[in-house]
Design a protein around this ligand. Sequence first.
Ligand code: BGP
Length: 462
Amino acid sequence: MSFRFPESFLWGGAIAANQVEGSHLSDGKGLSTSDVCPNGAFNEIVERQDGDFNIKDIAIDFYHRYPQDIALFAEMGFSCLRLSIAWSRIFPNGDDEQPNQAGLAYYDKIFDELAKYNITPLVTLSHYEMPYHLAKNYQGWASREVIGFFERYAKTVFSRYGKKVKHWLTFNEINVTLHEPFTGSGLPRDCSEQTRYQAIHHQLVASAKAVKACHELIPDAQIGNMMLGALIYPFTCNPDDVQKAQAQNHDWLFFGDVQARGYYPSYMRRKFAELGVNLDISADDREALKETVDFISFSYYMTGCASADPNQQQQAQGNMLRMIVNPYLESSEWGWQIDPKGLRILLNMLWDRYQKPLFVVENGLGAKDVPNEKGEIEDDYRIDYLSAHIHQIGEAIQDGVDVMGYTSWGPIDLVSASTAQMSKRYGFIYVDRDDDGNGTLERKRKKSFYWYQNFIKSQKKD
Ligand code: BGP
């Protein structure tokens, strides 16, 4: 690639506490919503019993193996690691008066380890989990009270880590509450549209309050939002399809519009009226929402199409967004439609819309890696996927878009959020563990490890 990314561009990978740490009840941690979904974020909720199996109870044991894993990230040349704090390590029940000191001490060790290698932490406050107690006893974000609990949690971690962490995100893929109400938001899966949008409103207010607290407690920090970047194309140039695609894009851009502009976009008035949703928004809420994010972050895996034709039923498989298949694109083994150029289009679209710096905080290919006879993983498919996407980010920067960085999803194999499989692998680093929990947890560099290492090196000044 002849284009050279800006010197300040952050390169790295992204992980989430519940998908890597394990030790789900260690050192005072409480159960989280993720701990009661043994088959993945979108499957049944199972009350815990002694001796039951949840692959995330150990995950990849990052809780203990972080020094080795961070050393491997450093070896690849990472300048950034996106990770999340498990809210239930800090406030085991969510509504506790005092934080759990052992939980606070744990993340200090992580941030200190990153500092050794000059790796900038980018920290998500809530990545697809919340204390299970809040889901069980308050119906999660359906309750206005949870705003206060989240604010207390956010203030606690900002005060504690403010010297070590200068880049923050509020809620991972906040728009996913529309499709999966339990794991990230603690709502009953069969909740009404009214409950769902009221809960989303509470999350948006909580996000804005966290932004305010961050600005006050760590004035030299930056805090962003995080959306699942679900770009939708019209299936044909029929204006009916174009309008449908616009409406579906509004469904998720709405979150960014509130978080970046500080008020509800006007198109939501009609949407709420059509759905029969009547939100309880106080004057204080409106005031709180005015505190907007410093940058916009998003995940990017796939695109899809929208069609107004009811006979056009061909859906993309394996993803919760139920997008219509684009005949020009290929799909991953899980039916996620691969579209590197869509990333350039989306970056331009978000830049035009918000004029705030953008950060691609997830992107990657889930694949079944099979070791060759020498036990090595030759994952050229992953290298192809990632380099094509990175190339399009370079194109977007040349289009004039301000992009802060890129953290690929799952730089080390981890537990899949949607399926709870280990065999859906994203990593540059292989972890010896299968879907049933067998394996030594040994780490091994894949071919893509050396590719990413060389690529990052090529972007540094000679
Ligand atoms: C995003 C989530 C991540 C991650 C990724 C890949 O939606 O933020 O947590 O898991 O998707 O998805 P999966 O693990 O289902 O393949």
